[in-house]
Design a protein around this ligand. Structure first.
Ligand SMILES: NC(=O)c1ccc[n+]([C@@H]2O[C@H](COP(=O)([O-])OP(=O)(O)OC[C@H]3O[C@@H](n4cnc5c(N)ncnc54)[C@H](OP(=O)(O)O)[C@@H]3O)[C@@H](O)[C@H]2O)c1
Length: 336
C-alpha cells in the first residue's frame, strides 16, 4: 500500500480523518475488570490531551500513577484523581527540553527507590517554527526523541525500570513495559541524515509537520533498537516489553502553536472529527494491560491495529548507527 503523506497540516488532518474509516482487523480493548493495583505507572506529558486520558485510564484500574509534567501542577493531578476515583496519583515536575531538569527528575525516582512497572513516553511538541532548547538543540528533536533516550538511559541504568542488560535487576516474571507515543507521520519523513545528526534545522510554518515526522522517525527507530538491546536473543520471551504506537488523530492541545489564521479552521475540525483523548488512550491501555503485550516486544500499533512501522525504522544496522550517533551527540553535550 502506498504510504500516505503528512507533509503539511492539511494532509496530516486528512490522513487522520481517513485513518478513522480504515476497516482492517483490530485488537479488542482490554476488559475494565483487569486491574493494575500495586503497579506503578509513569506517564509523561500527563497534564494535557492524550497523556491525561492515559493517566485517568490507568488510575481507574488502580495503578499508582506518576504524572511527569512541565505544567499543570497540581491541578491536572487533582483532575485525574477526581475523574478516576483513585487518590494514588502524584505529579513530578520535569521539563523534557532541559537535560538538567531530566537529571533532577531521574534522581528523584532513584532516590525514592521507585520501581516502575510501566513507563509511557507520551510528551511531544509541534513548534510552529524552529526553536532551540537551552542546550542549542532543535526543540522538537530534543523533546520528541532525545529526551526519551536520556530519561531511559538513566531509568534503566539506575534499575528504576528493572532490566537485565543495564540495571542487572531483571524480574523473573511480569516484565516491565515501556511504551512510546509515536506517529504515523514517521512513515513519510525525509530520511535521517547521519552526517548532520543533531545539527539544528531552521524550518518555517510550512515545514513544521515535515520535521515533526522526522522527530517521530528518530523515535520509532530508537524504539525498535531499544527493544532489541534490552532483549538480546530473547525477543520471544522478553525481559522488558518495549512497544510503540500512533494513537491516530486526537482532539488535544497539539495544535496550540498553529498559526492564528489556521486555528479557527483546525479547532472545529478537531472537535468534530478527531477522537477524544479518552478514546485515543484505548490502544495505550491495550499495550499496558493486555496479556499478549506482556509476552512480546517491539510491537507497533496504529490505533487498534498491529502493524509494522516503516522499513527504515526496523532496520537493525540503521538502528545501531542511530543509537551510536545519539550517544556521541549526548556525549558531546556532556549528558551521558
Ligand atoms: N494529537 C494528535 O492528533 C496526535 C497524533 C499522533 C501522535 N500524537 C502524539 O501524542 C502525544 C501527546 O500529544 P497530544 O496530542 O496529547 O498533545 P498535547 O495536548 O499538546 O500534549 C502534549 C504533552 O506534552 C507535554 N510536553 C511538551 N513539551 C514538554 C516538555 N518540554 N517537557 C515536558 N512535557 C512537555 C505537554 O506539556 P505542556 O502542557 O506543559 O506543554 C503536554 O502535556 C505526542 O507525543 C504527540 O506527538 C498526537
Amino acid at each position: 500500500m502506498a504510504e500516505r503523506t503528512h507533509g503539511n497540516p492539511f494532509t496530516a488532518v486528512l490522513s487522520g480523518l481517513l485513518d478513522q474509516r480504515n476497516t482492517e482487523p483490530k485488537v479488542a480493548p482490554v476488559s475494565p475488570d483487569v486491574r493494575l493495583d500495586g503497579r506503578t505507572c509513569l506517564v509523561t506529558g500527563a497534564n494535557s490531551g492524550l497523556g491525561k486520558g492515559i493517566a485517568i485510564r490507568l488510575a481507574k484500574r488502580g495503578a499508582h500513577v506518576i504524572m511527569a509534567c512541565r505544567s499543570g501542577i497540581p491541578e491536572a493531578g487533582e483532575e485525574v484523581r477526581a475523574s478516576s476515583g483513585n487518590g494514588d496519583v502524584e505529579m513530578i515536575h520535569v521539563d523534557l527540553s532541559d537535560f538538567d531538569s531530566i537529571a533532577a527528575f531521574c534522581d528523584e525516582l532513584r532516590d525514592r527507590e521507585i520501581m516502575l512497572d510501566v513507563a509511557v513516553f507520551n510528551a511531544g511538541v509541534v513548534p510552529v517554527t524552529a526553536r532551540k532548547n537551552k542546550h542549542g538543540l532543535e526543540l522538537m528533536f530534543a523533546v520528541n526523541f532525545l529526551a526519551k533516550f536520556v530519561v531511559l538511559d538513566r531509568l534503566l541504568r539506575d534499575g528504576v525500570i528493572p532490566n537485565a542488560v543495564y540495571g542487572h535487576n531483571s524480574r523473573a516474571e511480569d516484565p516491565p513495559r515501556v511504551i512510546f507515543v509515536s506517529s504515523e507521520t514517521h512513515r513519510s519523513s525525509i530520511p535521517i541524515d547521519f552526517g548532520t545528526f543533531g545539527e539544528p534545522i531552521d524550518y518555517g510554518v510550512a515545514d513544521g509537520v515535515k520535521y515533526y515526522g522526522l522527530s517521530k522517525l528518530h523515535l520509532t527507530t530508537y524504539f525498535k533498537e531499544l527493544s532489541r538491546r534490552l532483549n538480546p536473543g530473547n525477543e520471544e520471551d522478553p525481559d522488558v516489553c518495549v512497544h510503540a504506537l500512533c494513537p491516530g488523530a486526537v482532539n488535544s492541545n497539539m495544535a496550540r502553536e498553529a498559526p492564528g489564521w489556521l486555528k479557527p479552521i483546525l479547532a472545529p475540525v478537531m472537535a468534530l472529527f478527531f477522537q477524544s483523548p479518552e478514546k485515543a488512550s484505548i490502544p495505550v491501555d491495550y499495550l499496558v494491560c493486555s496479556d499478549e503485550m506482556g509476552a512480546k516486544t517491539g510491537t507497533y500499533m496504529h490505533m487498534m491495529r498491529v502493524k509494522e512501522p516503516s522499513e527504515a525504522s526496523m532496520d537493525p544496522d540503521n538502528g545501531a548507527l542511530h543509537w551510536s550517533t545519539t550517544e556521541a551527540l549526548l556525549n558531546e553535550h556532556g549528558v551521558l
